[in-house]
Write a protein that binds this ligand. Structure first.
Ligand SMILES: [Zn+2]
Length: 238
């Protein structure tokens, strides 16, 4: 096979960049290790566009190529998730609550990761990097270690004979507070990153992902650069 002699470029990394603080820290993590970053943002029909704008700003910050892949047509067929279906309300409260199940987008990370793997194979990247962390495991099955190891096997089998990137998720066992600490230490532009599921001009401060973001900075003991509409509401611990 013509490609079989080609080796991945050891300096090239494809980073799945949602525009949130985890993937922003992931960009900083690989920028410190490798020189050639390609950021891939998937438009899966998110109800708000705000995080895609943040992703573009973050890619520019790292002088990375930024590919926005339009899968919004898929999102239109995924009714029932608060993140893609405007008829479902975005829940307030902590991620540990049952209500957060409505924020699951079916099979999302498998789709996102495989899009990035396709880019990675075509670009001969050494690594495809994903930003999931231990705090996601409770609600999202496609953020768990079993998912990452199964994906790694799939990528190897699916691209046999081609320069195949390695799938890495360096924050897989970390808490979100660990990510806040790491990102702050690396000088990641966390103030530009976007978490809020409601997608207004400012972070709402009360939806599940805003709460998780606030909690991460607080637990890490580092300054939270985020401008929240409601920075005072507290939730009972689960
Ligand atoms: Zn919010």
């Amino acid at each position: 096979m013509g490609h079989s002699q080609e080796k991945p470029d050891p300096f090239r990394v494809v980073v799945v960049l949602s525009g949130g603080m985890d993937s922003t820290t992931l960009m900083a993590h690989y920028a410190a290790l490798r020189s050639d970053l390609i950021a891939v943002t998937v438009d899966y029909g998110q109800r708000h566009r705000r995080e895609i704008e943040s992703a573009a700003t973050i890619a520019r910050h790292f002088d990375a190529r930024h590919l926005v892949v339009d899968l919004s047509g898929l999102g239109r067929h995924l009714g029932g998730s608060a993140l893609t279906d405007s008829r479902v309300d975005v829940p307030d409260g902590h991620y540990a609550e049952d209500s957060m199940r409505s924020t699951v987008v079916p099979n999302r990370n498998a789709v996102l990761a495989n899009v990035a793997v396709s880019v990675g194979v075509a670009e001969r990247a050494a690594i495809v990097a994903l930003g999931m962390h231990a705090g996601d495991h409770f609600v999202y099955p496609d953020c768990r270690p079993a998912f990452v190891s199964a994906l790694g096997e799939l990528v190897t089998v699916a691209n046999e004979g081609f320069p195949t990137p390695r799938v890495e998720a360096p924050f897989l066992t970390w808490s979100k507070a660990d990510i806040a600490t790491h990102g702050t230490r690396l000088g990641a532009p966390l103030g530009v990153s976007w978490s809020c599921y409601k997608g207004a001009e400012r972070h709402c401060g009360t939806c599940g992902t805003c709460y998780e973001r606030r909690e991460a900075f607080r637990d890490a003991g580092v300054a939270d650069p985020t401008d929240y509409t409601d920075a005072v509401t507290e939730f009972a611990a689960p």
